[in-house]
Design a binder for this molecule. Sequence first.
Ligand SMILES: Cc1cc2nc3c(=O)[nH]c(=O)nc-3n(C[C@H](O)[C@H](O)[C@H](O)COP(=O)(O)OP(=O)(O)OC[C@H]3O[C@@H](n4cnc5c(N)ncnc54)[C@H](O)[C@@H]3O)c2cc1C
Length: 460
Amino acid sequence: MDPKVIEGLKSIVGPDYVISDPEGVKPYLLDETSKNICPEPFLDVVVVKPKNTEEVSKVMKFAYNNEISVVPRGGGTGLAGGVVPIKPSIILSLERIKEKIEVDKDNLTMTCDAGVTLGEILEHLEKNVEDLWFPLHPGDEGATIGGLAACNAGGARAVKYGVMRNYVAGMTVVLPTGEVLRLGGKMVKNVTGYNLMHLLIGSEGTLGIITEVTFRLRPKPWGTYTLVVPYEDPNKAIETVPPILRSGVIPLAIEYIEKEGIEAGEKATGEKWPVKEGQAFLMIVLEGMSEEELLSMSEKVAEICQGHGATDIFLADTRRQQERILKVRSLIYEGLKDETVEILDVGVPIASIAEFVNESRKIGEKYGMKIVQYGHAGDGNVHQHPLKTGFKEEEWRAFYPDLKKEIFALARRLGGTLTAEHGIGLITREDLLSYLSEEEMRLMKGIKSLFDPESLLNIG
Ligand SMILES: Cc1cc2nc3c(=O)[nH]c(=O)nc-3n(C[C@H](O)[C@H](O)[C@H](O)COP(=O)(O)OP(=O)(O)OC[C@H]3O[C@@H](n4cnc5c(N)ncnc54)[C@H](O)[C@@H]3O)c2cc1C
């Protein structure tokens, strides 16, 4: 990197907060995307760590005046290669922007600097606020609130509570040209002009840098129960989802997990799944304002599951039991990481999940590749892990692109989308071009050039 750029950045944030040596920049080059599909990072980069919005603005003005690409980086937990530099770049890490964590109880909102992590938000609420909670769990707990908003992250609780877009109420954004915008606020309704904030949500760092987020909180429930529901026939498990959603009980989460997923989660955690039999499972989390409400919801859901072929249902009603179950579910990816080519993130309409899961399995079989499927069945977003076990590298690389294309084509045929929550990043960029119509592409390019006339921000 040009020494003048390094000096220029040091003059803005101070010498301690600019890293340019190869060892020092290494931890900033990748995210959690599978190495099998992640592009090689460009090494001619410099990392800068501004401490507040004002410094971000100065860095952006400097980058704009010198025509240098900028890659914003939050917690680096993304699964789409969004933070990977692919040309000479300034990596703008938001890790120091984390002073503000404020709860406004009367407006049921919380305002945090962009670098505050999901884990820190949950901990702050648990320790300091008795009656409110942030009901989503939209990503890894190391993800930042800025990154979660930038990715419009979803997670298992979208069934009941939606995704980040439904919670972000306001934000501070630095444009690629360095101007600072305050968008939205704590009000509930707002139709004053185009909603620019909603363009920023899900823009994955291509339109501006989010430095502060105000988001909504909800009344804290009395408690949760978790049902682990085993099925011998995986199709029956998936087919139970629409009847549950129609029943009047809206679970906090309905997760579908195949047996191999459970085994991977057990391996990663050392915990035991509470049910032995079953080829596939639904993990259904219910929340309620009283014990009676939870018991009545559990009975209703259990009855529906049994009517659809479920065998012995396990009800976890203590916090400890539920945490252990959730831990196994949360670490499935960790357990499969070494064997999986990548995580696919297709979303389909709820009525088509059974067909999607079934047909995907057949596509895998056609190529001789096992696909482990698990995830957010309640919102049509079952993740798929194609396993490379038993193949030489050159073997799976030869057919995998065709397998993936078939799964994407299946999703399209069923009225679905290529990525439901992980985002486009670098890894789905080419597929996006074939997914969108020319007209949609023209509008998106127009929006990008209005925000970022020199195309410097996350140019991947
Ligand atoms: C174990 C695990 C579980 C996960 N579970 C889920 C899940 O259930 N649901 C889900 O949706 N995702 C999930 N994720 C993915 C990830 O946690 C989310 O995508 C999250 O939103 C990324 O936030 P981050 O701060 O780590 O962003 P990063 O990875 O640092 O960045 C992601 C993208 O956002 C941009 N960006 C980051 N911060 C900003 C900012 N302040 N302003 C502008 N652009 C910015 C980056 O340039 C990049 O393009 C999971 C990941 C892991 C590893």
